[in-house]
Design a protein around this ligand. Structure first.
Ligand code: MG
Length: 416
């Protein structure tokens, strides 16, 4: 079993006046979209792509991930039939991690990229669908020429331009300690690979990595919107589920004896048999680690079709396992609850949008998903009051609308 942590950050950059990039980190999914087209169209297209992906819950198959991206394409294509949005499109790179199998599915269309950092080695996982990549492939450009080519931002495949789209898909076996980076070209055009690898590898958390990378791109010029999403892989405690239990009577007795011995050592067992049974249940519930250890010491592989007597003797173990499963579901549920909320706040004088609950929820701290370039000092009294009251929204779009209205309430002409 593995688990992941993820974070995203975005910035409008130093030249553009609106941010047409979008990022999403939710549950097992991370994604970056880089919109293009008319003034309103680019962010609309990226928004639609991310909205479609935000419907993904838990782990999905490779085929389903492709379907979601294709559904996003169809949706953008239909919306782009409106004359004022004609020609809008977006790149997308998205990944979904399956904790049980430690497999990551990564899909991409366009020139937003997916990278892996493993044991200090940094490599690009996706292929760019761009003019310079085609020229590189045919040997008409060198890597160095491609980096500075005036047409390096021309993409050959995007979502929203035609009714159907080919989606590239990569399946990666993830390892504990791996970090994955999804990014728009606003990062890779400004920061050299070696520097990206260094910042990605040295940051103490995914949040810091995301912030450091975006800051570096903006500092180096920020000629485009810059957006990153980071995923890190951690080890997770193995969970032995009830459905995996098969054990012979002798093995069950041996396991029970070793559990009993362990419980007596910790002084949790009472003398009476009913009390003893209850205490054993409590012990199994509160100490999955000792259960696992006892199972390992007895050299037993747990599977399903045990004898009746074994099942009965296993009751405390099963109750303990169920408690652990419930605890994990609770943890996942709290994560879902914490992440299903967006709000805006004052971050060092700038209005930023965070994903999470204001003040945090349990151990889930909110993280910045979008900087807006809007200065808090430009807000009028009413807008400032609205910002300070920290209302939260169930979608990024609503939070963005809230910030856009803040802008209207001030003298500033900044766009978001
Ligand atoms: Mg871009």
């Amino acid at each position: 079993m593995i688990r992941i942590e993820s974070a995203a950050a975005t910035h409008v950059g130093q030249v553009r006046d609106n941010n047409q990039d979008r990022a999403l980190v939710a549950g097992q999914l991370a994604a970056v979209a880089d919109g293009m087209g008319g003034h309103a169209g680019g962010d609309k297209a990226a928004e639609l792509a991310v909205a479609e992906l935000s419907g993904v819950r838990g782990t999905i198959s490779d085929a389903s991930l492709i379907k979601v991206v294709q559904a996003a394409n169809k949706r953008i294509f239909r919306v782009a039939l409106a004359p004022e949005l004609r020609g809008m499109g977006t790149t997308v790179v998205a990944c979904v991690v399956d904790n049980a199998t430690a497999l990551m599915s990564m899909a991409n269309v366009g020139d937003s990229r997916g990278y892996q950092l493993r044991d200090g080695e940094f490599r690009q996982l996706t292929d760019d669908h761009s003019l310079v990549k085609d020229l590189l492939r045919s040997g008409r450009l060198t890597e160095q020429e491609a980096r500075v080519h005036p047409q390096r931002n021309i993409v050959t495949r995007v979502l929203g331009i035609s009714e159907d789209v080919d989606v590239d898909l990569f399946t990666i076996e993830v390892k504990v300690g791996d970090r994955y980076l999804l990014c728009s070209d606003g990062l890779t055009d400004e920061v050299e690979d070696a520097d990206i690898a260094q910042l990605l590898g040295s940051a103490e958390s995914v949040e810091t990595a995301a912030d450091d990378l975006v800051r570096a791109a903006v500092r180096n010029g920020g000629r485009d919107n810059v957006t990153v999403a980071i995923v890190e892989v951690f080890a997770d405690e193995p969970v032995t589920t009830n459905s995996e239990a098969s054990i012979s009577t002798e093995e069950a007795e041996e396991l029970e004896r070793s559990l009993l011995a362990e419980s007596e050592k910790t002084g949790l067992l009472g003398k009476g048999s009913d009390e003893a049974e209850q205490s054993r249940t409590d012990q199994a519930s509160t100490d999955q680690a000792s259960t696992d250890r006892a199972g390992q010491e007895a050299g037993i592989e747990l599977a399903t079709d045990g004898t009746q007597s074994a099942s009965k003797r296993l009751a405390p173990l099963v109750v303990g396992t169920a408690a652990v499963v419930i605890a994990i579901l609770g943890w996942l549920g709290s994560g879902w609850y914490a992440n299903a909320s967006f709000f805006a706040t004052d971050d060092g004088g700038e209005v930023v949008i965070l994903q999470g609950r204001p003040g945090g929820f349990l151990w889930h701290d909110p993280s910045v998903v979008q900087t807006t370039g809007l200065s808090v000092s430009e807000l009028d009294g009413t807008s400032l009051e609205h910002l300070t009251s920290q209302p939260s929204w169930s979608s990024l779009t609503e939070a963005e609308d809230f910030v856009a209205n803040l802008t209207q309430g001030s003298d500033s002409s900044a766009e978001g």
